[in-house]
Design a protein around this ligand. Structure first.
Ligand code: ZN
Ligand code: ZN
Length: 154
């Protein structure tokens, strides 16, 4: 990810915490920076494993609760990609996903045309639509080339 994009996310994070009256701590900063700097929609364990280098005493539960705090603040969204595991997405710009059914990886892509779609008839009856998210499913290029995560794992 470009440094400028990471910086934008960090700035947005600082502003959102201040606005909500949530203290900016070193621990929260490290957890958010980890989530925000990766484009792979990590689950809580992946974030936990990464931040333990810098936060040796942090618990999985703390990382989990911290990520959900960021979800409540609108800084991170939740994806339910592979069933039981919650994946976190720190990309707050309107975007869409290509999800690989082999490795479960979700790739971000942007398309202003998909951000605002004409609602199908009857959608209003279900509730008020606030945002649109398009998800493509298929096999990602690394997996198609036999180099995806699923293959590497053996
Ligand atoms: Zn894949
Ligand atoms: Zn995403």
């Amino acid at each position: 990810m470009a440094q400028t994009e990471l910086q934008r996310r960090m700035d947005e994070w600082t502003v959102a915490l201040r606005r909500a009256g949530v203290k900016v701590t070193q621990q929260r900063l490290i957890i958010f920076r980890e989530a925000a700097s990766r484009g792979d929609h990590p689950d809580v364990e992946a974030v936990f494993r990464a931040v333990r280098q810098e936060l040796p005493t942090v618990s999985l539960d703390t990382v989990y609760r911290t990520l959900h705090l960021f979800v409540d603040l609108g800084l991170v969204s939740v994806l339910g990609l592979s069933g039981e595991r919650t994946h976190f997405d720190a990309n707050t710009r309107p975007h869409h996903h290509f999800v690989c059914r082999e490795c479960g990886q979700a790739y971000d892509f942007y398309d202003p045309g998909f951000d605002v779609l004409d609602l199908p008839a009857g959608a209003d009856d279900l509730g008020q639509v606030q945002s649109t998210h398009v998800e493509f499913r298929g096999v990602c290029s690394p997996c198609a080339a036999g180099q995806g995560k699923a293959n590497k794992r053996g």
